[in-house]
Design a protein around this ligand. Sequence first.
Ligand code: 6GU
Length: 246
Amino acid sequence: MRIDVVSIFPEYLAALDLSLIGKARRQGLLELSVADLREYTTDRHRTVDDTPYGGGAGMVMKPEPWAQALEDVLARGPAAEGQRPVLVVPSPAGEVFTQAVARELAGREHLVFACGRYEGIDERVVDWARERFEVRPTSLGDYVLNGGEVAVLAMVEAIGRLVPGVIGNPESLVEESHADGLLEYPVYTKPAVWRDRPVPEVLLSGHHGRVARWRRDLQLRRTAARRPDLVAALDPAALDRADRAV
Ligand code: 6GU
């Protein structure tokens, strides 16, 4: 998979050299490149923003540097084989990024992230880009960040770990939160008693069936308590099938 990020703060993305995602890059599983939007300006001050038409607070990112940067990304990307690259535009006004979106994007060959700052990017860039990319305005959730960079760190990590080969033990992807629409069960390790708190007895029983039933019940109770919205979205038939299997 190839990932391009365009930002006026490329240093923010340095964290993608670390940990599992950094290792995947060094192994050639992910090809990740970060471009500085200011490299695509032509004036002496390397201007990327201007005042909004119609008035109002804040500044808007100018269209021309974005078009130059995205054209460069297209020119250097993998030769398109039918599939258009995906252009993810991080924005609190986007569609919410979920594990399902992460799964979908993990299957694509070329992802481009356009990090806006200030009040956003001139909307004509988005319209222009729709002729060249599959454009996805995407939000992490209902709160406001100062720019897309931190959101891109989160999205690239969530997507990158789903790319085959990036996680050593793919079994760990099966049992984690959101894999089956439920939250993860609680986990414990040694010692068996810590500061007068014992590990739940069933986990020491060696009885795999009882352990699986206990974990499943805690997943259901935890999800109902913390995320009733997730419970409402579950398919009851699939839930019954899964519960008969445990
Ligand atoms: Cl993706 N961008 C910004 N600027 N703020 C956000 C966000 C994204 N998701 C939630 N808040």
